[in-house]
Design a protein around this ligand. Structure first.
Ligand code: FAD
Length: 421
């Protein structure tokens, strides 16, 4: 059994960015990244809506997102590695009511955020006035103003993963795809060679991984398995502090979609911003290449926490729950067609909705990205790698210093995030 310095389980954006900073800081480390998929970025990283924003209510989320956005911008602009990053903006639509005021309070001070009034919205986005009957039946708030953020837009997660993967390969990091970890095996720190070890009274550590391609051992492990974390951590009695929540995306196309999609009113890219409706968390994500709009939603109560390996998007859910709301705001989309759809899971921290990065024995666990792990991916990698190296603080690309304990379990110190999409 070959022994590595570090094994990273999970080659999504969290695992790749963590390994990247580990290797960059410690070129001599022998690192293996393994994933049960046939390649990298095939888990939830490959199923996301691929939006980025710094419009968060919690301080830590703002730091992690704005630093990662700056890093991705640097990669694309200065390192000439295309990430498909387009600053098309995010537009939160809201009503002049308690909910709208709370949203405005949370994000109005983020640099670059501007308020757009109703008349301007009507012109630039051709959003309709709600008819009273549908508004009552569907519990809809009118779009009375918008909050437009400029440090936000769309990106291509597969290209971000390519960036980290290419660099990791160049630095000599090993990969093993199609390798599923089935068990984290606990060993006693002081072995006595009695059958049944480790016992209650013995200090323990993760001695090896049982995988579909045999046993693998390392001094340290990084568990970056996102919504799959419970399968590995539950059996050894470690709480991942996340629960999987199914999330779906429906791509809609057609002439009316294109008319809404292509507009010069917001950014130099000639497309609508990533737009969030005032009610029920439904969002419209411009998809330029496909000349389509992706419709997504973060449904909460009523959406169970069950988990299947390959979740599917539910056409019924689109037709009965999303379509009526979407077409109440944009009646012109009545004839649009769903041309593609997919689903994945949020690794959902249901308490404060910020990521969890914590140590357990000789492993570091990264979970709870709560629907924004791409746009915070670079910062998450820097923090997870610093903790794996045994540091107490991490320095982000922005230069901000993060007390890693703040994102841990025992010393957790974050304010709750209210803006989850
Ligand atoms: C529909 C949807 C929309 C989203 N929209 C956005 C968005 O707009 N912006 C944003 O920033 N984020 C968004 N997200 C969230 C984002 O996708 C995640 O936060 C991010 O991808 C998490 O990355 P990760 O590397 O932690 O997990 P993953 O990408 O899921 O990687 C985990 C990896 O672990 C591997 N693995 C699991 N178990 C094992 C095992 N036992 N053995 C070996 N390998 C294993 C998996 O194969 C997988 O590759 C969205 C997610 C979904 C589902």
């Amino acid at each position: 059994m070959k022994k590595y310095d570090i094994v990273v389980v999970g080659a999504g954006i969290s695992g790749l960015s963590t390994a990247y900073y580990l290797k960059l800081e410690n070129p001599d480390l022998d690192i293996l990244i393994l994933d049960k998929a046939k390649g990298y970025g095939q888990g939830n990283t490959g199923r996301s809506a691929a939006g980025f924003r710094d419009m968060f209510s919690s301080r830590i989320n703002r730091l992690l997102s704005s630093s990662s956005i700056s890093f991705y911008k640097h990669v694309q602009k200065d390192l000439h590695h295309e990430l498909g990053m387009k600053f098309v903006g995010y537009l939160f639509l809201a009503a002049n009511n308690e909910r709208g005021r709370a949203l405005e309070k949370n994000i109005k001070n983020i640099p670059g955020t501007k308020r757009i009034e109703k008349d301007e919205l009507r012109k630039s986005l051709s959003i309709a006035d709600l008819d009273k009957e549908s508004a009552d039946m569907l519990s809809l708030d009118p779009a009375e103003f918008g909050l437009f953020g400029v440090n936000s837009g769309i990106i291509e997660p597969d290209l971000i993963c390519d960036f980290y993967y290419d660099a990791l390969k160049q630095m000599g990091v090993n990969f093993s795809f199609g390798t599923s970890v089935q068990k984290l095996s606990l060993d006693p720190v002081k072995r006595l060679d009695f059958p049944g070890e480790p016992f209650l009274w013995q200090a323990k550590f993760i001695g090896s991984l049982e995988t579909t391609t045999g046993k693998i051992s390392a001094d340290k492990y990084v568990i970056a398995t996102d919504t799959w974390s419970n399968y590995l951590l539950d059996p050894i009695g470690v709480d991942s502090h996340q629960r999987p929540k199914k999330r779906q995306i429906f791509q809609v196309s057609g002439p009316a979609v294109e008319k809404l999609l292509f507009t010069d009113s917001f950014s130099g890219y000639g497309v609508m911003p990533f737009t969030i409706l005032p009610s029920h968390g439904i969002y419209l994500r411009p998809a330029l290449k496909e000349r389509s709009i992706w419709i997504g939603v973060s449904d909460d109560v009523g959406r169970d926490f069950s988990f299947v390996e390959n979740p599917e998007a539910e056409q019924d859910f689109y037709e009965t729950s999303i379509y009526p709301v979407l077409t109440a705001y944009f009646p012109q989309l009545k004839d649009s067609k769903v041309t593609s759809k997919w689903a994945g899971y949020y690794s959902y921290n249901t308490i404060d909705k910020n990521p969890y990065i914590f140590r357990t024995m000789n492993a570091v666990v990264v979970t709870g990205t709560s629907g924004s792990g791409i746009l915070k991916g670079d910062a998450i990698g820097r923090i997870t790698s610093s903790l794996t190296e045994g540091k107490e603080t991490a320095i982000l690309y922005s230069g901000d210093k993060i007390n890693i304990n703040d994102l841990g379990v025992a010393g957790r110190n974050v304010d709750p995030e209210h803006i989850i999409l």
